[in-house]
Design a protein around this ligand. Structure first.
Ligand code: TMP
Length: 214
């Protein structure tokens, strides 16, 4: 084989993996685990990132979520999340993928559809996110809000904007609908039982990502 025929693995575009779940479902912990495992497993650089991002719109959103900024309607929040998403894709996600890194993103489009879809309207939220890059794999970590709210109350002093059990139950139902719709449309989606111990959830996620990469 001539040198130029040897595929340069480092130059292949990376994979874009998204992890979603209701508040308190442990996705940030799982992103840390998956990041370490994926780098070791693939030998590639892996960017672990999250939404709201660290970009300018993301910083405004963080202040709205912890109630330092008040008075945004659900529509305004939806627009800010959509703006943050495009900016995040342009400045972090796409450049990393183009350089051959894998990207793991803690929350993405489904969070907008599940959290803002009810009051801002699902179709409109989809429309303002129409230019968002599609993930290659979406992992949905499923935990009942009774469990996640108990975790939040036990582990934190502050409860954020959307952390109310009745609301999160409706968010969970919308996530479940998104899973069904995505599966029907042939997208690559995996549902992980997030009520298991952290290590078991991490192993289940690794198994799904391993199967996806193969
Ligand atoms: P987290 O940083 O603990 O994941 O919290 C982010 C919060 O923002 C969480 O309540 C979900 C919410 N959110 C939306 O409502 N819409 C979105 O598009 C995103 C990315 C997050």
């Amino acid at each position: 084989m001539q040198k130029q025929d040897v595929p340069d693995v480092q130059n292949l575009r990376g994979r874009f993996i998204v992890i979603e779940g209701v508040d308190g479902s442990g996705i940030s912990t799982q992103v840390v685990r998956l990041h370490a495992w994926l780098e070791e497993r693939t030998g590639r650089k892996v960017l672990a990132t999250k939404e709201p991002s660290e970009g300018p719109a993301g910083l405004v959103l963080r202040q709205a979520l912890n109630k330092r900024l008040q008075g945004f309607s659900q529509e305004v929040l939806a627009l800010l999340f959509a703006a943050d998403r495009l900016d995040h894709v342009n400045h972090q996600i796409r450049p990393a993928l183009d350089q051959g890194s894998h990207v793991i993103c803690d929350r993405y489009l489904w969070s907008s559809l599940a959290y803002q879809g009810e009051s801002a309207g699902g179709e409109w939220v989809e429309a303002i996110n129409a230019k968002a890059l599609k993930p290659d794999l979406t992992l949905f970590v499923r935990v009942e809000p009774e469990i996640t709210m108990a975790r939040i109350r036990n582990n934190r002093f502050q409860v954020d904007l959307f952390e109310k059990e009745a609301f999160l139950k409706r968010v969970l139902a919308r996530f479940e609908h998104l899973v069904e719709k995505a599966q029907a449309e042939g997208e690559t989606v995996a549902v992980i039982d997030g009520s298991m111990p952290i290590e078991s959830v991490a192993t289940a996620i690794q198994d799904r990502v391993q199967a996806f990469l193969a």
